[in-house]
Design a protein around this ligand. Structure first.
Ligand code: FO1
Length: 314
């Protein structure tokens, strides 16, 4: 199997390409759950759902999260009683959260519920939350506030200056069943062009996962989420400085450090190639714009090629 570390939109775009060239049964995707939020008593898992809806053909293709052909009757009616409408949950999307919450309340672990949901969407790959335990990405702002990631990103539009990002609850979290076994059996570990801090960073913050990857013989190959010194989507450019990393293809490679063996960067960052190679990494240069599915498949192919080359050398 290939193990893929995944956040939300960047990961979904990459996976859409990867599943064109690799049998889904050979893929285990470890998904970020730091962005999960409880709203109206419901457990929402945005990154898991973004991957599920994208691969299942149900995503809103404009915003790249939430459901296609969505309606907002429940949200409109809820406004009569309370206003938590800063985070929009559409009617179709709510069905997923209702099912997930009901199952969790029955004592079924999140990883099991996630498998039920992906199966219901006809998805063949295995999508595992990094952990079944409650962990929450918490953004500590320069002005001393502690915000849930979604409060920081959606409600406050990533405006506050960030002091620190922590995965609250990580110290008590265990990798979900299957995560460590998948890493141990992996031919290669791929890191999606997801947010290195709040998507990949939170997966690696679950005790045992980083150690398992470092201890495995599988080559680890990532795709840079930073292109031309900026983000393609999201707010990594606001968060990388908070963890002391430079906002560049090289900066992210350095941030991942010894975890990484290979790094796929965009053509516009070709001049970073030599510096990244000096870090001891295999560098590949590609057109990494992933909104086009055939191009995403080509990028995935490049990542697998880099992994195969590294494996061949070992
Ligand atoms: N992003 C927004 O900018 N505004 C929203 O109201 C919003 C609601 C939402 C509901 C379900 C879901 O799965 C995702 C949602 N997102 C929303 C996206 C989400 O905040 C982020 O894109 C991810 O958490 C970042 O990985």
């Amino acid at each position: 199997v290939y193990v893929v570390l995944a956040g939300g939109i960047g990961a979904a775009r990459f996976l859409r390409g990867l599943v064109r060239i690799v049998d889904q049964r050979d893929l285990t995707v470890i998904g970020n759950v730091g962005d999960d939020i409880e709203l109206h008593g419901l457990h929402v898992s945005p990154d898991l759902d973004t991957i599920t809806y994208t691969l299942g053909g149900g995503i809103d293709t404009e915003q790249e999260w939430g459901r296609a052909q969505e309606t907002f009757t429940v949200t409109d009616e809820l406004r009569r009683y309370r206003d938590e409408s800063w985070f929009t949950l559409g009617d179709r999307d709510l069905a997923t959260h209702i099912h997930r919450t009901a199952r969790l309340r029955d004592g079924v672990p999140l990883s099991h519920v996630t498998a039920e949901i992906t199966t219901a969407w006809g998805i063949g790959l295995r999508l595992l939350p990094a952990t079944d335990d409650p962990v929450r990405t918490t953004v500590i702002t320069r002005d001393g506030r502690s915000l849930h990631f979604q409060e920081y990103w959606v409600r406050e539009h990533a405006a506050p200056d960030v002091e620190q990002v922590v995965l609250a609850g990580a110290e008590h979290a265990l990798p979900a069943a299957g995560v460590l076994d998948a890493i141990a059996a992996a031919r290669a570990v791929l890191i999606c062009p997801s947010n290195p801090v709040v998507s990949i960073g939170t997966i690696l913050a679950v005790p045992g996962i980083r150690e398992a990857i470092l201890g495995s013989h599988a080559p680890v190959v990532g795709v840079s989420p930073i292109v031309g010194g900026g983000v393609v989507r999201g707010m990594a450019d606001r968060l990388l400085p908070a963890v002391g990393a430079e906002v560049s293809a090289t900066g992210v490679a350095r941030h991942y450090g010894p975890l990484l063996d290979g790094w796929v960067i965009d053509r516009v960052d070709a001049d970073h190639g030599a510096t990244i190679a000096e870090l001891g990494l295999d560098v590949a240069i590609a057109d990494t714009m992933l909104d086009d599915v055939p191009n995403a498949a080509a990028v995935a192919a490049v990542a697998l090629e880099v992994a195969a080359t590294i494996r061949g050398r070992r």
